[in-house]
Write a protein that binds this ligand. Structure first.
Ligand SMILES: [Zn+2]
Length: 469
């Protein structure tokens, strides 16, 4: 088994080998949200690709250490807090919370840490890195008091994006607000305070101001994962200038190769067009959920296309996802029924389908992997129809499915309700039968605290996972 990943830096498929001498620990950094509004489905496409990558690596017994940053200070967050007339921290807090709720809805595994740009520890690290770059002549303070990275001093600048940067390098004083820079391509490491920033400022050796977005990721990644990462992910939009800048800043400070594998997720289109508020095709996750789709349906719809291929989001696609998940649910239900039957006199077979993981080894070939899953469903359904499947075999397919769903995370509720949740749900039914409403409410709160929702109807209690169907 060898995992191959497409590295944006080399533009080639490469065998994956982490830096860890034992070859098991993987350091992974993923650019996170800017918390000035609810994240849109294009953002979540990238987060789901990263989730799939992490889960697949884990299924291959790698230990993944993942960091995802939260950008809670930049032009947009400052503008938003001014518009809402609340302090920056208060303004961003609501969107941080919404972001984590959305991750749960989509069953995205939490990173090990979610450092925030405004955390004093992170700000200190950013200032320290900028200081090193200034000392080494890789950065300079301009007349506008901001500090910029001097791209002419970093020969590798442009290698990730495969840009011919000669044009960018030749001095061009294009934008009037950037007249202070030596070179039009130089990017800000520290932005000097101005009136628009209001109370948002930190002191630094270069005066009051705030960090630029790029340095934020370099600082957090190295602070939490060390100077060298195995994998760095993001959307294709991040390649230039953001990731290019991260390389220049980090390697400028450490003198070591920053990232071994750069992975980027392609765009999400809606009805064949770029998603844009002006086109009326701009959707947050909440917009899609409000149309009656469940989190796992959205998860499936955004995950089923290879991460490097553009994905066209349509409502027909959402319906197809619903149908596909329905087929899986039916299949699992049938397998369970078969597994309960006394073993009949049938040929004994056990599940054998390594093709699913093999497909994912090939640069996360999800279409190939789903092809294996649905072929398996077709074939095993046929055998169940013909009465050829014994209980032992059904059990072994259920085991197989458990492994597959550890990666996909698309199982229906019933199939995956943990025993402790089932016990709480059963206790609540008992409490309601005994008309112990206080106990019933307590149990509902306890379920809610674990991410499950209990609802009562004339047909009785229904317990569903948040984001489930
Ligand atoms: Zn980043």
């Amino acid at each position: 088994m060898t995992i191959k990943l497409f590295n944006t830096y080399s533009r080639a498929l490469e065998e994956f080998h982490p830096l860890d001498p034992a070859g098991r620990e993987v350091k992974m950094y993923t650019c996170g949200p800017t918390v000035y509004s609810h994240a849109h489905i294009g953002n979540f496409r990238a987060y789901l690709f990263e989730d799939l990558l992490q889960r697949h690596l884990e299924s291959r017994e790698y230990k993944v250490h993942r960091v995802m940053n939260i950008t809670d200070v930049d032009d947009k967050t400052i503008r938003g807090s001014r518009g809402a007339n609340v302090p920056l921290a208060e303004f961003t807090a609501q969107f941080k919370k919404a972001f984590f709720d959305d991750l749960d809805t989509l069953r995205i595994k939490r990173a090990d840490s979610f450092p925030e740009a405004t955390d004093p520890r992170e700000i200190r690290k950013m200032i320290e890195m900028i200081g090193t770059l200034v000392e080494r002549g890789l950065a300079y303070q301009a007349e506008d008091k901001s500090v910029y990275f001097r791209i002419n001093k970093f020969p590798d600048y442009g290698k990730l994006a495969h840009f011919d940067l000669e044009e960018l390098r030749s001095t061009g004083r294009v934008k009037s607000d950037e007249y202070d820079k030596e070179n039009i391509g130089d990017f800000a490491l520290w932005k000097a305070w101005d009136e628009q920033d209001g109370l948002v400022k930190w002191s630094s050796p270069w005066g009051d101001g705030r960090p630029g977005w790029h340095i934020e990721c370099s600082a957090m990644a190295t602070q939490l994962l060390g100077d060298q990462l195995d994998i760095h992910c993001g959307g294709v939009d991040n390649i230039f200038p953001h990731h290019e800048a991260e390389i220049a800043q980090t390697e400028g400070c450490t003198g070591k190769k920053f990232v071994r594998y750069w992975l980027h997720c392609a765009h999400l289109m809606v009805d064949g067009q770029k998603m844009a508020k002006s086109l009326g095709n701009f959707y947050t996750l909440r917009d899609v959920i409000a149309k009656g789709y469940s989190g796992r349906e959205v998860r499936y719809a955004l995950m089923r296309v290879h991460y490097r291929a553009p994905l066209n989001f349509t409502w027909e696609g959402m319906e197809e996802s619903r149908v596909a998940l329905g087929r899986i649910d039916d299949w699992v239900r049938r397998l369970k029924e078969n597994a309960e039957r006394p073993t009949s006199n049938v040929q004994r077979r056990t599940a054998d389908s390594s093709g699913f993981q093999d497909a994912l080894d090939d640069d996360l070939n999800i279409s190939g992997a789903l092809g294996v899953l649905f072929e398996t469903i077709r074939e095993t359904n046929r055998r169940m129809d013909a009465g050829e499947m014994g209980a032992e075999e059904a059990k072994s397919w259920l085991e197989w499915w458990k492994g597959v769903d550890q990666i996909l995370q698309i199982a229906g509720e019933e199939a995956e309700m943990p025993a402790e949740i089932a016990a709480l749900a059963a206790a609540r039914v008992q409490a309601r039968l005994a008309k112990d409403w206080r106990k019933s409410d307590e149990l509902r709160d306890e379920l809610a605290a674990r991410g499950w929702e209990a609802r009562d109807s004339k047909d009785g209690q229904k317990v569903t996972r948040r984001g489930g169907s």
